[in-house]
Structures are given as C-alpha cells and as structure tokens.
Write a protein that binds this ligand. Structure first.
Ligand code: NDP
Length: 253
C-alpha cells in the first residue's frame, strides 16, 4: 500500500487478531498511510496495541465499541480531531464475533447478538463516519482507497452459493447468517455511495490463526494481512460492490 493510495485509515477491532495485524503491517510499511487510526472497545487491555502506538507516532488509538451508539459518537469526535479537514480515505469494518452454533445448540440470543455485532454495527459505524468519507471523496477522483472506501471484513462462510459440499460442514447458523447479511449491507452501501465516489466491498481474509480462526487455520495473520494489503492497494472502480478474498479472487455471494 503506498501513502499516495491512502492517506488515512480507520480500523475497528484492533486489539487482537487480524485488526491488530493490519495496524502493525500498515505501520511498518514503507509507504504507510500518514494516519492510521486503530480502534478497539478496550484499548488499554491490549499491550500489543499500546506498544504499536508508542513505536509508531502515526498510529492513533481510539476507543470504539461498535454496538454502542454513544461510543460511536465519541469515536467520531476523536477521529475528526485527528483528521482535521482532510476526511477519511478508508474505513475497515473488521470487528466481529464468531463461534460455532449447530442446529442443536443455536439460540435466538446467539443469532441476535451475532447479527448486532457483525451486520448491524458495520452499517451504523459506516453511517456515522460517512461525512468524513464524503469529505475525502470530494478531494480527489477515480475510485479506490486513495479516494474513499468502506471495506467490510466478511467471510466465505457468509457465501450462500458456496454453502454446499465440504464447505457446508462448518456449522454456524449465527455467524454464517450474519456475514451473509453483512454482504447485503455491502451491496446496499455500494448502490448508495457509488455516486459519491466511495468504493464499497466485502473482503474475506482467508481462514486465519486467530482466537476466532483457531490454531488449525490455514494462514498466519501475517500471510492473510499481506494478501489483504495488496488487494486493498489495487482496488478500482471494477471492484465496487464486489466480494473478494485475500488473494484477490472473486467469491460467489
Ligand atoms: P478475533 O476474534 O481474533 O478478533 C475479533 C476482534 O473484534 C477483537 O478485536 C474484538 O475485540 C473485536 N470486537 C468484537 N466485538 C466488538 C465490539 N462490540 N466493538 C469493538 N470491537 C469488537 O477475530 P479475527 O481477528 O479472526 O477476525 C477479524 C475479522 O475477520 C472478523 O470480521 C471475522 O469475522 C473475519 N474473519 C476471520 C476469519 C478467521 O479465520 N480468523 C475467517 C473469515 C473472516 P475484543 O478483544 O474487545 O473482544
């Protein structure tokens, strides 16, 4: 990712896992964005995130619980004061919850909680930060993260078309449904924000060794995030409203 492609980025859920690694690899990149805003609901609980912000002055840590309206408003104020009049180039909705829920174990509470964090929150975080994305979009042309973009970190498990054969063996009614809903949020946002020049897409990070992905996952966080960074840096108009994985392959909805 080159700094000319993206001046500012805001990521949710940065205290561990893929979010934390995105902050680390962006900060370590020679062409890093001038401003990296790493949000987490309890930033002081993450030694790794605190360490990153001490090492890299361009990494700003902001408190943001994505399901709490007051927390979103307060984070918006903090982000505005960091960015000034420049607007925000790239919002990465990464925070999520996930666990397996089969036909016997799934509860209405699992479904609602997962839907709230994984599908509803990315929409309302995007709505809150939209004026900042619009400000950035008004300052340049074309489409991509150099201008303005909303990247929803989704999952292949949210693909309705691919929930068959071997892939259907992973049972999670709550998580799969929430990511399918997130994909629809992406498509609705793409329909609404394209005319403002704001690119919207869903991105699957691969099966990654994190607390969520587990120790048997295929990829390290480093591998997943390297792939995602090259996808992000190459996005153009043709990717608007799309669903890709960390290698840049298009996925079925
Ligand atoms: P982790 O479980 O390791 O991390 C989840 C992150 O989301 C944590 O930082 C957590 O913060 C945060 N989070 C959860 N709820 C909230 C909230 N209400 N407000 C703010 N932050 C919150 O997951 P991964 O890093 O593996 O996943 C990152 C993204 O990638 C998710 O969208 C996930 O669905 C997706 N993904 C992951 C895959 C994998 O194999 N790992 C596969 C496909 C998609 P806290 O520590 O406070 O709980």
């Amino acid at each position: 990712m080159t700094s000319s492609l993206c001046k500012s980025v805001l990521i949710t859920g940065c205290n561990r896992g893929i979010g934390l690694q995105l902050v680390k690899q962006l900060a370590e990149s020679s062409n890093r964005p001038a401003t990296i805003i790493a949000s987490a609901r309890n930033p002081s609980g993450s030694t790794a995130l605190q360490e990153l912000s001490r090492t890299f002055p361009d990494v700003h840590v902001v408190t943001l619980d994505v399901v709490d309206g007051q927390s979103i408003s307060s984070a918006l104020k903090d982000v505005r004061s960091i960015l000034g009049n420049n607007g925000l180039n790239c919002l990465i909705n990464n925070a999520a919850v996930g666990f397996s829920t089969n036909i016997n174990s799934v509860t209405p509470e699992d479904m609602m909680r997962t839907f709230q964090v994984n599908s509803v929150a990315p929409l309302f975080v995007t709505k809150a930060f939209l004026p900042l994305l619009q400000t950035a979009a008004a300052q340049s042309a074309g489409m991509g993260i150099h201008r303005a973009a909303v990247i929803n970190i989704s999952s292949i498990l949210g693909s309705i078309g691919l929930n068959c054969g071997e892939a259907a063996k992973f049972k999670s009614y709550a998580y799969r449904t929430s990511k399918a809903a997130l994909n629809m949020v992406t498509r609705c946002l793409a329909a609404d924000l394209g005319s403002d020049g704001i690119l919207c897409m869903s991105l699957h990070p691969g099966w990654v060794k994190t607390d969520m992905g587990g120790i048997h996952a295929e990829l390290t966080v480093e591998e997943s995030v390297s792939g995602m960074m090259s996808v992000l840096s190459s996005l153009t108009q043709s990717n608007h409203g799309g669903f890709k994985d960390y290698r840049g392959q298009n996925l079925q909805w």
